[in-house]
Design a protein around this ligand. Structure first.
Ligand code: BJW
Length: 226
């Protein structure tokens, strides 16, 4: 039987590339109120502030480079053709820039713009403003194409199919605080997969995993892949 390896990644995998996590001591949610920058209601209240937040994140992402953990996963995919799928909660593009090709962005991407009026999508400019008109319907309702609290994550049917048929599941650099991603380990386990957590600190769902590899992603992921 061939392996199917589903890898869930979170902010921790990009931390050593200089992109902040959300819930760590110096994380984004210690400096920003998530209700204001990561909900549709917050965006409706103050779209300019939300655009500033994401414009800064887009600029940071452009400056960041993939690290040894991203590279190790790209190598795993190359060495096991057709067996590896990366489901990332991250909105950066560091997996792709490291060479991974099968990447599902369940929380969207900084590189995308979305029209809140007609759902048209297009590549985001470096600096976005609410007044930017949608190229399809001309409504000035431009928003980042990311998934906020209360919105439905992208590609859920495809992800559920992968989880139901995987033989191995790994979660890397994610706190297990946000659903539905935090529930994936249980779904993979129910499907009979061997499950591994690779994280700096134990996540909220660590007890659901068969095995844990504690440590920074740039050290533990290359070792796990080897
Ligand atoms: C390292 C490291 C190093 C650091 N090496 N590791 C009650 C119960 C259950 C669910 C809910 C509930 N109330 C509400 C909900 C639903 C809600 C939710 O989960 N809320 C919780 C707060 C309770 N979820 C939603 O609303 C989601 N939608 C939804 O559920 O729709 C319903 C539905 C689902 C499915 C089918 C049909 C319907 C949407 C969630 C959207 C989350 N959006 C954000 C923002 C995205 C855009 C952006 O980036 O700005 O996504 S919030 C933020 O959290 C972001 C992340 O992707 C997400 C997860 O964070 P992550 O990646 O885990 O980061 P951290 O900071 O939390 O953790 C980092 C980890 O790395 C730590 O563990 C560190 O130790 C580790 N680390 N350095 C290795 N060097």
């Amino acid at each position: 039987m061939t392996d199917k390896i589903v890898i869930l990644t979170g902010a921790g995998i990009s931390a050593e590339s200089g992109l902040g996590t959300f819930r760590d001591e110096d994380g984004l949610w210690t400096r920003y109120d998530l209700e204001e920058v990561a909900t549709p209601e917050g965006f409706a209240r103050n779209p300019g502030f939300v655009h500033e937040f994401y414009n800064a994140r887009r600029a940071n992402c452009a400056r960041a480079e993939p690290n040894a953990a991203h590279a190790a996963l790209a190598r795993l995919e190359r060495d096991h053709p057709g067996e590896v799928v990366i489901v990332t909660q991250n909105v950066d593009d560091l997996h792709e820039r490291a060479g991974a090709t099968r990447v599902i962005h369940m929380h969207g991407a900084l590189s995308g713009a979305l029209c809140a009026a007609c759902d048209h999508r297009w590549p985001a400019p470096h600096v976005m403003q609410t007044a930017d008109p949608c190229p399809a319907c001309a409504t000035p309702a431009t928003r980042p194409d990311v998934v906020w609290f209360g919105e439905i994550p992208y590609h859920m049917d495809e992800i559920m199919n992968h989880l139901a048929t995987c033989t191995r599941f790994a979660a890397i650099g994610t706190s297990g605080e946000v659903y539905p991603a935090a529930g994936f380990v249980q779904l993979a386990s129910d499907a009979g997969a061997h499950t591994v957590e690779l994280n700096l600190d134990p996540s909220s769902v660590v007890s659901s995993f068969s095995e844990t590899w504690p440590g920074p992603a740039t050290q533990v992921v290359p070792d796990w892949v080897a």
